[in-house]
Design a protein around this ligand. Structure first.
Ligand SMILES: Cc1cc2nc3c(=O)[nH]c(=O)nc-3n(C[C@H](O)[C@H](O)[C@H](O)COP(=O)(O)OP(=O)(O)OC[C@H]3O[C@@H](n4cnc5c(N)ncnc54)[C@H](O)[C@@H]3O)c2cc1C
Length: 292
């Protein structure tokens, strides 16, 4: 590892000032499960690493059934899926937090770090997009809010400007009839990078039989995680049946532009989009029916 300075910021303003002072040569450190590996493998260098885990606002979360969830950017994964209230309200988020690495990784890795690392195959991002999460950013120019669906711009790239950091992720309050699920396909049972990932969120009407609104998001089939807009819009007003889910899967396949690599050829990944969309919707609807 090339030597770098380390600074632990205590406030968001301090972190912003530290990051702005070094421009591209400063990196944020949350759980470190991506950035430390990258610095060691020297595909990235830094003069200054700014630890944001000592900033109270970033390491806590607040949830109320009426106000929704404000998730500090550095909250580790295990805290999310161990909370029964979050498990019920934001199941897809918990599904993704539970499969990011093993439990050692989950005890440090944050959803904020997963998002800011902006891997096309990152597990939390399709879940965040399906849940329509909003990213709160702070930087030298002030604060702004960006929909997670618009956050990533390419592999490892996102809308963060120099000196800017993610402070929190915001989720709307769940309503009766909501359900969500995230799943990925990997050739092993655990600890692998998604060949394809799919997040789905649905809102059912009081009968539990008709979809009022839905959001589908895909990972690992394009240079960045995708919101499947046409497939999502198609589902509104449709009966929650296997036929409907299969049609949504076909629409989702239309936006997939995957690469072929050692994990699988492009045609296989596109096929998987249809399969995973059906499975994600099926589980999301089942959870919506159970009030989960
Ligand atoms: C063994 C192993 C298994 C893994 N398995 C998976 C997996 O199954 N699925 C998966 O998706 N990922 C996996 N990962 C990757 C990694 O663990 C996740 O991406 C994790 O969520 C990153 O979070 P972190 O807090 O450790 O981020 P860090 O490594 O601290 O940061 C990641 C990136 O985000 C930036 N960053 C962090 N926080 C902020 C912020 N608040 N504002 C601005 N920028 C910020 C950092 O500068 C860095 O560029 C794995 C990694 C390892 C080592």
């Amino acid at each position: 590892v090339k030597d770098f300075e380390y600074a632990a910021a205590k406030t968001v303003d301090e972190a912003v000032a530290l990051l702005a002072s070094k421009g591209d040569r400063a990196k944020v450190l949350a759980g470190g499960t991506d950035i430390l590996v990258q610095l060691r493998e020297t595909n990235r260098e830094a003069d200054l690493v700014v630890d944001v885990k000592k900033i109270a606002e970033l390491t806590r979360y607040e949830f109320s059934p009426t106000a929704g969830l404000r998730l500090g950017a550095s909250v580790p994964c295990y805290k999310i899926y161990e909370d029964a209230a979050l498990l019920q309200a934001y199941s897809a988020l918990c599904d993704s937090a539970r499969i990011i690495g093993g439990w050692q990784i989950q005890s440090r890795a944050s959803i904020g770090g997963n998002l800011c690392n902006s891997s096309p195959a990152a597990d939390s991002i399709p879940a965040l997009i399906a849940l329509d999460a909003k990213a709160h950013l702070a930087g030298p120019g002030g604060k702004r809010v960006v929909a997670v669906a618009d956050f990533c711009t390419g592999p490892g790239k996102n809308v963060l400007q120099k000196g800017e950091l993610l402070t929190a992720l915001e989720f709307a309050a769940p309503q009766k009839g909501d359900g969500s699920h995230y799943l990925r396909f990997i050739p092993r049972d655990e600890m692998d990078i998604a060949v394809v990932g799919c997040g789905a969120w649905v809102r059912l009407d009081p009968s539990g039989k008709t979809i009022v609104a839905a959001r589908i998001a895909l990972g690992a089939v394009a240079p960045k995680p995708l919101f499947a807009a046409e497939a999502s819009a198609f589902l509104a007003g449709k009966p929650a049946t296997p036929e409907t889910f299969a049609q949504a899967g076909e629409l989702a396949k239309k936006i997939a532009t995957p690469i072929s690599d050692m994990r699988g050829p492009a045609e296989y990944r596109t096929h998987l989009v249809g399969v995973l969309t059906v499975r994600a919707l099926t589980k999301a609807v089942e959870r919506a029916g159970q009030g989960k």
